[in-house]
Design a protein around this ligand. Structure first.
Ligand code: UD1
Ligand code: CA
Length: 481
């Protein structure tokens, strides 16, 4: 049952039309030769479908967005469930026209539906809005977003009625004759439909084509024949509608997304040397006056403050970095938090749960996991710190190892403020080194060290005077026998 029509009067404004967005995302992506569904392949470090959802939810609320899923449906659904959109199951997948057929019930409450393609991730909300506004102003049954491409190969071509906005039909590349293939105006695969016109006529679609699928593109011809208005609007940004059917196309889109990301960051005051060499994901945030050196990778939800320097070959994922931090070359940070003015690397490995305090230093070949390191503390060389709480102003000598694992369980090490751990110490957890205490170099510490004490856990040095000389003489005598 449809709600009663509201008649506009001079005093009341006409209500805004009810608009849904449907995203076709059920296809397998045969041309990718992948076991993963196409729409979960990533560009800019994010699934194709997630990019499209981002754009869609800027135009209508998530509750009015419907992803049509089918191939690996659960997998696709789980990957984007957090966005709060709806899902419609298309099983089996019998073409883009069929994708809309299965959404009939979900879309019934709406007056218009904007159809997006889950494999065209560069689309922006501005272009979707331009498509919507053109569609509404023309009062069309179907509006397709067209684009003029230098190389239209692989796309459906738009057959216009002369030079007007009106469209006769769309012809797919495989079915096009040689003169139609010369048309450079292509169908982007993005449309706006009047819901009523779409579903009053969609059952007319046939599978009479090389793929034996229901083509949504055929709705142009179907609606024209039914004397309904079908129009095309040419996008000003053809780059936005590029699809990703192959790995090569995917690489191009990825390059495009990342270069745009670099441009955005540079516009916000970040210096990026050789941006072509940097891999920066879409959701990364970086503060002004931070410098990113060549071949840095900054991934996932990483946030970096201002005035930092991220040196070459570092790979930083899902980490939070304060202001004025230096990450020296070839450091790997994963799920780490680094407070302001800290210095990391070169060759540090900060694993998940590493929290490095203000002004602290983590140096070469130091690995950390699930640790808290206090303000100004240092572990500069060749060290493993796992499941450890380190206070402020602690010095961890070269080669220190926390023995946190007995093969079954993990145990905690605590090093209190101002403690000094001599080089090559092994701290066998659970163990606590008290405030201001000293641990002698090369000690194996198995018991707690009280505050302000010195612990030495190693064999006492023995010196045997003249031993080497005696040994040499014995050897020489044995030889001359
Ligand atoms: C489609 C258009 C073509 C257009 C091009 C733009 C058709 C028949 N052709 O071709 O005119 O130029 O997009 O990129 O529509 N999908 C489903 N269910 C299905 C089949 C596909 O949800 O049963 C989804 C896919 O996951 C994909 C989208 O629809 O996200 C487009 O399908 P795809 O097979 O990539 O169409 P193209 O061959 O690119
Ligand atoms: Ca496609």
């Amino acid at each position: 049952m449809s709600p009663p029509k509201k008649h506009s009067s001079a005093s009341s404004k006409t209500t805004a039309p009810r608009i849904a967005i449907a995203i076709m995302a059920a296809g397998k992506g045969t041309r990718l030769k992948s076991k993963h569904p196409k729409v979960l392949h990533e560009v800019g470090g994010k699934p194709l479908l997630a990019h499209v959802i981002d754009a869609a939810t800027k135009v209508v609320p998530a509750k009015d967005v419907y992803a049509i899923v089918g191939h690996e449906a659960d997998h696709v659904r789980n990957a984007v469930a957090h966005t709060g959109i709806n899902f419609v199951l298309q099983q089996p997948q019998r073409g883009t026209g069929h994708a809309l057929m299965v959404a009939r019930e979900a879309l019934a409450p709406y007056e218009h539906v904007i159809v997006l393609s889950g494999d065209a991730p560069l689309i922006t909300s501005r272009t979707i809005e331009a498509l919507r506004d053109f569609h509404l102003s023309k009062k069309a049954a179907m509006t397709l977003l067209a684009a003029e491409l230098e190389n239209p190969t692989g796309y459906g071509r738009v057959l216009r009625k002369g030079a007007s906005d009106d469209v006769k039909d769309i012809v797919e590349e495989k079915s096009a004759n040689p003169s139609q293939r010369k048309i450079r105006e292509i169908n982007s695969g993005l449309y706006a439909f009047s819901v009523k016109a779409l579903f009053d006529n969609i059952d007319t679609l046939t599978t009479n084509n090389p793929h034996q699928e229901f083509y949504l593109t055929d709705m142009a011809g179907v609606l024209t024949k039914a004397k309904q208005e079908v129009v095309a609007v040419k996008t000003e940004n053809p780059a936005e509608i590029l699809g990703s059917n192959t790995r090569a196309e995917m690489a191009e889109l990825d390059m495009h997304v990342r270069m745009e990301k670099c441009r955005q960051l540079m516009a916000e005051g970040v210096t990026i040397f050789y941006p072509q060499t940097c891999v920066i994901d879409s959701d990364v945030e970086i503060g002004a006056d931070t410098v990113i050196e060549p071949f840095a990778q900054i991934l996932g939800k990483t946030r970096i403050g201002s005035d930092c320097r991220i040196r070459s070959y570092s790979i930083i994922s899902n980490s939070e970095i304060g202001n004025g931090v230096v990450v020296r070359p070839a450091s790997v940070l994963d799920g780490a938090r680094v407070a302001g003015l800290a210095v990391i690397g070169p060759y540090s490995h900060l694993r998940p749960g590493s929290e490095i305090g203000e002004g602290a230093h983590v140096g070469n070949f130091v690995e950390t996991k699930k640790i808290k390191m206090g303000k100004g503390s240092k572990a500069n060389h060749l060290t493993y710190l796992g499941d450890t709480e380190i206070g402020e102003g602690v010095n961890v000598g070269a080669g220190t190892i926390t023995c946190n694992y007995d093969g079954v369980n993990k145990y905690k090490t605590v090093i209190e403020d101002g403690a000094f751990i001599g080089s090559d110490a092994t701290l066998v957890a659970p163990v606590r080194v008290g405030k201001g205490a000293y641990v002698g170099a090369a000690s194996c510490i198995t018991d707690d060290v009280p505050p302000d004490s010195l612990a030495i856990g190693r064999a006492k040095q023995v010196v045997k005077e003249g031993w080497a000389n005696t040994k040499r003489q014995e050897r020489a005598a044995a030889k001359s026998k």
